[in-house]
Design a protein around this ligand. Structure first.
Ligand SMILES: Nc1ncnc2c1ncn2[C@@H]1O[C@H](COP(=O)(O)OP(=O)(O)OP(=O)(O)O)[C@@H](O)[C@H]1O
Ligand SMILES: [Mg+2]
Length: 442
């Protein structure tokens, strides 16, 4: 009997024997693609009985992580690359995935055996980039190959400690019919590379593309398969890029690394707060947010612009903060802060292309909006620093790491900090920040 084809969803991996316009699994439209079913091993062989071992008796050598020489990357990985682990690093085109992985391999090459497999660029192109990155990056051995069998054979023969595959969507398994990058192919490629990684202890970094919506292209199953998923974010035209872990089997997912794209590659921004504070101005609509990025406090300028609208409904533009969060803050400002902006266009942006997704940003956003609407600068000689969550009833709520945020702001001369505790409600916080006497005292 010829193998029947299956249709699988490129969004959720759901398999169905026939085509549907809408995936029965996740409800997305036009996501089902045809593929050859995967070969299943014959069930006739006799199964081996597993022998349970008490966890305490399991032999587990202490894992020595490899440092990539890039402090920010090591931190996001949880302290360096774990031997035999599989890391998926995703990001939009041109964000710097190849640059980051190439410089990490360059640093590792001094002490470890490394291998760079490129399916996307020719060795000459990769060399051009490496020349920009410096002499270490030029030491990395490279193979240009897209055939999965050949890639696996190369890895098995070379036995590198760390191997980068750029990108997982360009490799293809010749025994599957789908085009490179299709669900079936990506899944097969990842599964085979995973097997090699675990069997040979090769730490493997898979570079992956993201779709327009920002999700990793290919099935979600890829994210379940790998040990660690890193997301490289930022806007191409902005300088700052952030690297965060969406999943990490060997460390926390709270850590964020900040990078800056320079002529000679990605430079780590170890003290991002200093940069952002130096750039902050004491203009109406500007407030410094004392945010937490993982375990690290980060000071970042929130800017707001409020202008009379010509549109119905008015514009609500949010850069670096969640749009829904902005809508909520506007609603609370109008209901409990006496500041109705229903007839104004509102723009909120975090300086430097940073993104903050924590409720602690609420108060700084609200203050920036109030300052912009009233045309009043906040703070005395220095910009005002603030943080805190705003509740639906207009109350200010405490957020985690109060002390660390305040200390960070004080370190940069931004005291006093307006935070929950100084004011119980949004209305009180607005009164404090906007009253002339408070500005004198501050
Ligand atoms: N000479 C240069 N000076 C400064 N920045 C540069 C220079 N050349 C390239 N870049 C930056 O490097 C980025 C490309 O980096 P890289 O190739 O690592 O991205 P990528 O994420 O691998 O992209 P792709 O998705 O195409 O593989 C460019 O968008 C640009 O910002
Ligand atoms: Mg690339």
């Amino acid at each position: 009997m010829p193998p029947r084809t299956v249709f699988s969803c490129s969004a959720c991996g759901h398999e169905s024997p026939k085509w549907h316009g809408r995936c029965p699994g996740c409800g997305d439209w036009n996501t089902l693609v045809e593929e050859k079913p995967q070969k299943r091993s014959a069930s006739s062989r006799t199964a081996r009985r597993g022998a349970p071992v008490r966890l305490a008796d399991v032999q587990a050598p202490a894992i020595a992580r490899f440092s990539t020489g890039i402090g920010e990357l090591d931190r996001v990985l949880g302290g360096g690359v774990v031997p035999g682990s599989v890391v998926l690093i995703g990001g939009s085109p041109g964000i710097g995935k190849s640059t980051l992985t190439a410089s990490a391999l360059g640093n590792l090459a001094a002490e470890r055996k490394v291998l760079y497999i490129t399916g996307e660029e020719s060795p000459a192109q990769v060399k051009l980039r490496a020349e920009r990155l410096g002499p270490a990056a030029l030491e990395v051995p490279i193979v240009a190959e897209t055939d999965l069998d050949s890639v696996v054979a190369t890895i098995e023969a070379e036995q590198p400690d760390v191997c980068v595959i750029d990108s997982v969507q360009t490799l293809y398994a010749p025994d599957l019919t789908g085009a490179p990058g299709s669900v079936g192919q990506v899944r097969e490629v990842a599964a085979r590379l995973m097997r090699v990684a675990k069997e040979r202890g090769v730490a493997t970094v898979l570079v992956g593309h993201v779709t327009k919506e920002g999700a990793l292209a290919g099935p979600r199953v890829l994210e379940h398969l790998v040990d660690c998923v890193l997301q490289f974010e930022g806007e191409r035209e902005r300088t700052y890029r952030t690297l965060r872990a969406l999943k990490n089997r060997f460390g926390s997912t709270n850590e964020v690394g900040v990078f800056e794209m320079r002529n000679d590659g990605l430079a780590e921004v170890a003290d991002a707060s200093a940069r952002f504070v130096a750039e902050a101005t004491r203009a109406p609509g500007s407030v410094v947010l004392a945010a937490m990025e993982g375990t690290r406090p980060l000071l970042v300028e929130v800017q707001a612009l409020v202008a009379p609208t010509e549109l119905v409904p008015p514009r609500r533009v949010a850069n670096g903060v969640d749009r829904n969060r902005l809508a909520l803050i506007l609603a609370v400002l109008s209901r409990h802060g006496g500041l109705a902006l229903g007839a104004s266009d509102v723009f909120v942006s975090l300086a430097g292309g940073v993104r903050v997704d924590e409720p602690g940003a609420d108060l700084a956003i609200a203050l920036a909006l109030a300052s912009a609407a009233k045309g009043m600068p906040l703070g005395a000689e220095r910009p005002l620093a603030a943080f805190g969550e705003i509740g639906l009833t207009g109350e200010l709520r405490a957020v985690a790491h109060h002390e660390r945020r305040v200390t960070e702001a004080e370190k940069f001369g931004l005291a006093p900090v307006l935070a929950p505790g100084d004011a119980g409600t949004l209305r009180q916080a607005l009164a404090r920040a906007l009253s002339p006497s408070a500005q004198m005292a501050a």
